[in-house]
Design a protein around this ligand. Structure first.
Ligand code: GCU
Length: 601
């Protein structure tokens, strides 16, 4: 209890402490984007709170009389030192850094508030769906503390059924993007720490028992065996579930078991398999007694055979490119369908059939668009460089983000690889930490391949891919910067590569910086000619690696990073893009495009 007495100078303010415990999100709605929903996108009032004033003094429990309470200032009466209705607004979705110049570098807590109308319906449950909030979100509805979520790049759903009232309601969200050693990602990373409600927000209504998860996959080694399940939250055993694929004239029924799972396994003849050349998606309808859901699902298999990656049983070479979720043209966190279509459209222009979505799960528009365009995806959790490998909380946060990444996209045919990490320094603790994540990923989704961008060592110009983490992976990723951080571009053709684990290799990063429009000779660093020559030299080396199953050069488009300050050249952008942040294609774009055109294997 904090109380101050008013005798002329101070005011009695009873900041009452409620022993508040938010629920952890109780489920994650798969295929949320195909459900009817009420959007809460648009302007939200905000209050910047670097001192956590609005939170109160207990680190884990908010003071309900802090900013979570939508209190209203009455001029001349009482002492209230904030007021959402009088405060400016931020557009949601959207990071705050790119919307407000005075928030460009801001890292800390910021409170959002939005009024909305709602009419509760009988036998209906309501969830607040967030595409992502970077980094920690605490959600309040009508002065009730609803839920907390940690992790800046994965969706979460908070049930608000009991907090809603007829007519006007309000939601308050605290977003805190402060970097911390124990968080995932940790303190240092080479991208902008865009904070806030960075993806879409909506209210989703479901019946009392509803479909919250399902999986339907083509069984490896077959061209017509579909296996899967439909999970019905709130169902008792024996509830009938129907699954239909109208284009195949298929209708199957099953029943829920005691955990709400209805298993399916059946033959689907005349199935057209999903591939980059034929990104066939089928309408899949699921129905229970009270709920129904429709998805667009592609059926394909992905597996490893020796040092090759097989798509639908045939070897495939992954002609890729790395992408950060940087909004094309405007910069800031990308989130929209248009952003996804622009970025993946550029990848398609490259004749790419693959993208590495670095270094965190991108928004669902990206994987939906990849499904439609026939672009395969490497999806990654942000276990990046150094993490707190021995901290159980860090391990839990990483596992939670992995679970959410897999859960959201495990019916997306485009996603073929789950990546556990990027360039983490070798130690027994790190290998134990990441190998556990690999085991969790396999358990949750045995139908896809597991990878990481590992570390390796060079004996002069001989690279040996012997990272102990490699034994836990299906496919090795490796980031090399010969010609940028190591030596000159013309050194590349002399390098040789050894693969003692005999696993497929994806060269998951290579490249160099160039300022769009800077034209010099190819020895001039940061010129377009330097970057273009670097790519040409790389191809002479890459073409000699027999176990190379794919490449994803770094990076499709320039992206913001606090590590890249060089005035007049970088200006807080990492300039290794093949395209500038303003959409200008650099010479190296054409070099890679030609290479892929000639290698459309
Ligand atoms: C590393 C890292 C990237 C980084 C890149 C660079 O390989 O994985 O996140 O941006 O190098 O230095 O540009």
């Amino acid at each position: 209890m904090i109380a101050m007495q008013k005798h002329g100078l101070t005011t009695v303010l009873l900041f009452s402490f409620f022993a508040l415990h938010a629920q952890q999100p109780t489920t994650l709605l798969v295929d949320a984007d195909h459900r009817p929903q009420t959007s809460l996108n648009g302007p939200w009032h905000y209050v910047v709170d670097p001192l956590h004033q609005g939170w109160g003094s207990h680190p884990d429990q908010p003071s309900l009389n802090g900013y979570a309470k939508n209190a209203h200032f009455v001029p001349g009466d009482g002492l209230l030192e904030y007021e959402f209705a009088l405060s400016p607004t931020l557009n949601v979705p959207g990071d705050w850094n790119s919307q407000k110049p005075n928030l460009f570098f801001y890292e800390g807590m910021l409170w959002y508030q939005k009024d909305f109308n709602y009419q509760p319906k009988p036998h209906t449950r309501v969830f607040l769906h967030f595409g992502a909030v970077n980094y920690e979100a605490n959600v309040f509805v009508n002065d009730q503390y609803i839920c907390k979520h940690e992790g800046g790049y994965t969706p979460f759903d908070c049930e608000v059924t009991s907090a809603l009232k007829p007519g006007s309601n309000f939601v308050v969200v605290s977003a805190d993007n402060q970097r911390e050693q124990a968080r995932v990602p940790s303190i240092r990373f080479d991208w902008w720490n865009y904070g806030g409600i960075t993806r879409e927000v909506s209210l989703i209504e479901v019946p009392e028992s509803f479909i919250d998860d399902y999986s339907l996959q083509l069984k490896r080694g077959t061209a017509n065996q579909l296996d899967g399940y439909v999970h019905v939250a709130g169902a008792t055993a024996g509830e009938k579930v129907t699954l239909r694929i109208p284009e195949l004239h298929l209708e199957k029924t099953s029943q829920t078991d005691a955990s709400g799972n209805a298993a399916f396994s059946f033959t689907a003849n005349n199935l057209e398999l999903w591939s980059p050349d034929h990104p066939r998606l089928y309408t899949v309808e699921m129905r229970t007694g009270s709920d129904s859901l429709t998805d667009q699902i592609g059926f394909r298999t992905i597996e490893v055979k020796g040092e090759q990656i097989l798509l639908n049983g045939k070897p495939i070479f992954l002609r890729g490119v790395c992408i950060h979720a940087e909004a094309p043209y405007r910069s800031g966190r990308a989130w929209s369908k248009e952003d996804a279509e622009t970025l993946l459209g550029w990848a398609h222009d490259l004749h790419a059939n693959f993208v590495r979505l670095a270094h965190y799960p991108h928004d669902e528009n990206m994987t939906r668009t990849a499904d439609k365009l026939g672009i395969m995806v490497w999806s990654e959790i942000p276990v990046y460089w150094g993490n707190d490998w021995t901290n159980p909380r860090t391990a839990d946060i990483a596992a939670q983000q992995l679970h959410e990444m897999v859960r959201r996209d495990h019916n997306k045919a485009s996603v073929i690889l789950w990546s556990m990490s990027n360039e983490t320094p070798i130690s027994p603790e790190r290998t134990a930490f990441i190998s556990k994540l690999a085991a969790l990923a396999r358990q949750q989704d045995p139908t896809r391949l597991i990878t990481s961008a590992v570390v390796t060592h060079f004996d002069g110009q001989k690279a040996v891919l012997d990272d102990p983490l490699g034994q836990y992976l299906d496919v090795l990723g490796y980031n090399e910067y010969i010609g940028w951080y190591n030596g000159k571009p013309d050194d590349a053709p002399a390098y040789t590569w050894e693969n003692p684990l005999h696993k497929p290799l994806i060269m998951s990063e290579f490249g160099g910086g160039a300022q769009a429009g800077l034209h010099k000779d190819s020895s001039y660093r940061f010129s377009e000619e330097y970057q273009a020559n670097l790519y040409q030299q790389q191809f002479q080396m890459l073409d000699k690696i027999p176990f190379l199953a794919g490449i994803t050069p770094w990076v499709l488009m320039d992206f913001r990073s606090p590590m890249r300050q060089l005035p007049g050249i970088q200006d807080y952008y990492n300039r290794k893009g093949l395209i500038s942040d303003k959409g200008e294609k650099k010479k190296a774009f054409t070099v890679l495009q030609n290479y892929y055109e000639q290698h459309e294997r």
